[in-house]
Design a protein around this ligand. Sequence first.
Ligand SMILES: *Cc1c(COP(=O)(O)O)cnc(C)c1O
Length: 396
Amino acid sequence: MSTQMSMQAKQQVPFVDLGAQYRTIAAEINEATSRVIQEGDFILGREVRLFEEEFAAFCEVQYAVGVDSGTSALELALRAYDIGPGDEVITAANSFIASALAISHAGATPVLVDVDPFTHTIDVTGIERAITSRTKAILPVHLYGHPAHMDPIRQLAEQRGLIVIEDACQAHGTRYKGRRAGSLGHAAAFSFYPGKNLGAYGDGGMVVTNDREIAKRLEMLRNYGQQEKYHHQSRGFNRRLDTLHAAVLRVKLKYLEKWNAARRWNANLYHKFLEGSGVMTPVEAGGAESAWHLYVIRTAERDVVRDHLVSRGISASIHYPIPIHLQPAYRDLGYQRGDFPVTEAHAQQILSLPMYAELTTELVEYVAKSIVTFLSANRNSQGSYEQLVRHATPSQ
Ligand SMILES: *Cc1c(COP(=O)(O)O)cnc(C)c1O
């Protein structure tokens, strides 16, 4: 261990720190939640409607429908477009499993496609190859907060008559060529899981769209298939966003741009401190403005780097260690190891570093220097950038 490192005292760096965020807005949150409780307005209350209006405006779209999770948002969006049994929906092999589960829960079949080695988002030529006569929709994921390559995806969808549903569950505030995630397809799904850029104190989600008819369908689907109480047009669900969560999210939405700017600041600090370290740092490509939900590096030494970080009090995580096609839950889709080489290589190399708005410069530096010092001490076994790229590129 170098003198520089040994001089730096060991610190605790959590992966996210929801307590730190709460302390900055506690008075407002407490006021909002106690107001809802006193008013007794718990189900589809005024706060839900106001939050829907405010979140739609944030996404630069016309309609937003609050639901109980991001997974529900994806599933109900598919159902609203009548996508179900016999239909295929194309999504990325490296995503949180909920992208595929939502397709399955709607009754359709997920068709997986590999990802681009630089942006970690769905590979467009792969989508083209995966389209069949049964394909109904493309479900691109703005993974880690980085937008998918939406122009070619939209163009392809238009040519083939397909619906595009954005999985924007990690992309609150992301922009693509100046436009907000949520406004880039026919509809988009957001999650308000506590650790997302905009998180509730429990589960929540939202579908956004510019299609009035689809928004109406979603309002029925989430609420027992009724428009008017006890008059049921369809066999809907109970998948509503709770008023308490909406009240919390309204408070937090006011700070989202500021928090995302702090994430961006921290991402730039990581870029700077990790330069020349041999790890591959994340990029913003093709008109992307990431929401920096996660800061994901790549290194051939991933497992030992992670162990070292843990020994230094730092929580780092892997998104995701097992690709969807290799999960037991999806064995019946018939995919094999080797089907998605980039996704599979990434699963061995990716490491998500602590990332949240309240993370201090001092802690970012501590995390980055812990990596730099460790790797330079292990220089001979270190994978170079070129090796990583070669490793992650499908063989011709
Ligand atoms: C979080 C997440 C979901 C699911 O959202 P939940 O609110 O947890 O149901 C779906 N897709 C992606 C990419 C996510 O990160």
